[in-house]
Ligand binder design. Structure first.
Ligand code: C2E
Ligand code: CA
Ligand code: CA
Length: 402
């Protein structure tokens, strides 16, 4: 079904044959406001015009004078706020790189079309188009000051959400990851990308992590007492691992609360370069000796490298969501996914796939050798009190997923 037949579409391709073909295809699909250009300069004049500026451009990447990548740079200068569909006969990895580049310029890309173009694929992509006037205007994110964040931690405004992890083989719930949120009295629920980096910068990350742990461990104890055997994961910042007092804190707290160290998973990434790797290495190794579980988070991204895997005795490897979601449809991602799993196997580590967003991702995991899955498809992060209801629901759902 046509979402909006009046969507203004501009086709930009240097080959007259392609222009004709695409224009005809669009006409057949019911689009009535279609125009075409065979070079970037003319197309930019259209973009600059106030009357018939396009909502959507079908852009050929390979053009003799101004190529598609250069054209995109000019679109940015023109503050183009419509959408793009990329077209090329090039190999799909080049198309994907260009797509990334365009997104980095904050221009909406609906996807790419490899030649030969089919009407089905074309219409699927155009359906995704939202006219610029209906796009949500993004509000700049607020930057919180040091004293505000310090006060929030001190006044208990941080709350833990928990996201379940299940085994791929049976769907059994084996653990949860703690994800902190800030229940801000005016701004509502604030997500960690808005305050974790600041906490590190302001020297508040130790207080923050202690607040998270001091809520998470009693919660783990409550689940343990209810007869649930669940591992609870908590995210650490590398900055937590610069002083030995952190180690004592974790050990003392788990003892006090009565949670065995094997039940606590510490997820680590290297978001910032640490000054002294010897201290972090010592703390992690001693935590491991004391039977806490160590997990390397975001594996495969710049923050989690082979060098860390070589140096630190991790128990678990979390494959970053950028290699998981959509891997079923992307050869490059799949190669990296398989390589990560292979590496983990050789090092006798468990594997967790993050970012399992839909049924296709889940099916992909079922056909690949990965132990544990986590993602929106299974559950979104939730407050602890919602967990029993989700668990009952999941017991029904999981039967249909095996
Ligand atoms: P992370 O450790 O990689 O956590 C996974 C993030 O992906 C979470 O975002 C989670 O809500 C989100 N996620 C889960 N499933 C899916 C999915 O299927 N698709 C997509 N697109 N996303 C999914 P969140 O909660 O916003 O946390 C962001 C990051 O903040 C975390 O990334 C972690 O690095 C950091 N963080 C969260 N809590 C803490 C904490 O207590 N301490 C520290 N140091 N960092 C934390
Ligand atoms: Ca994590
Ligand atoms: Ca991650």
């Amino acid at each position: 079904m046509l979402t909006n037949s009046n969507t203004r579409i501009l086709v930009l391709d240097d080959e007259p044959f392609m222009l004709k073909l695409l224009t005809r295809m669009l006409g057949n699909l019911g689009y009535v406001s279609v125009s075409s250009c065979d070079n970037g300069h003319d197309a930019l004049l259209r973009v600059a015009s106030t009357q018939d500026a396009p909502d959507l451009i079908l852009l050929d990447i390979n053009m003799p004078q101004m190529d598609g990548i250069e054209f995109v740079r000019h679109l940015v200068e023109h503050h183009f706020c419509g959408s793009l569909i990329l077209i090329s006969g090039e190999d799909v990895r080049i198309l994907q790189s260009v797509e990334k580049l365009v997104r980095a310029h904050k221009i909406t890309v609906l996807g790419h079309l490899s030649k030969p173009v089919t009407p089905e694929r074309l219409s699927t992509l155009i359906e995704l188009c939202v006219p610029p006037s209906q796009k949500m205007i993004k509000v700049a994110k607020k930057v919180y000051g040091q004293s505000a964040l310090a006060a929030a931690i001190a006044h208990g405004e941080l709350v833990n959400y928990y996201q379940p992890k299940v085994t791929v083989a049976t769907g059994e719930v084996v653990g949860l990851e703690t994800l902190v949120r800030w229940q801000h009295p005016q701004d509502g629920l604030v997500f960690p990308d808005q305050f974790i980096g600041l906490a590190e910068q302001y020297g508040l990350i130790d207080d923050l992590t202690r607040a998270v742990l001091s809520e998470a461990l009693p919660q783990a104890r409550t689940w343990q007492d209810a007869g649930l055997s669940l591992k609870l994961a908590v995210n650490l910042s590398m900055d937590n691992l610069v002083s030995l007092s952190f180690l004592d804190y974790v050990v003392d707290l788990t003892n006090q609360v009565g949670v065995p160290p094997q039940q606590l998973v510490l997820e680590v990434t290297e978001s910032r370069l640490t000054q002294d790797q010897r201290v972090s290495l010592e703390i992690l190794t001693r935590l491991r000796l004391k039977r806490f579980k160590l997990s390397i988070d975001d594996f495969g991204t710049g923050n989690s490298s082979l060098a860390q895997l070589r140096d630190i005795p991790f128990d678990e490897l979390k494959i970053d969501q950028s290699f998981v979601h959509g891997a079923w449809d992307n050869d490059t991602q799949r190669a990296m996914f398989d390589a990560s799993v292979g590496l983990a196997r050789q090092l006798a580590m468990e594997t967790v796939a993050e970012g399992v967003e839909d049924r296709a991702d889940w099916n992909f995991l079922r056909q690949h050798d990965c132990d544990i899955a986590q993602g929106y498809f299974i559950a979104r992060p939730m407050p602890a009190q919602d967990f029993p209801r989700w668990m009952a629901d999941w017991e029904h759902r999981r039967e249909h997923l095996m």
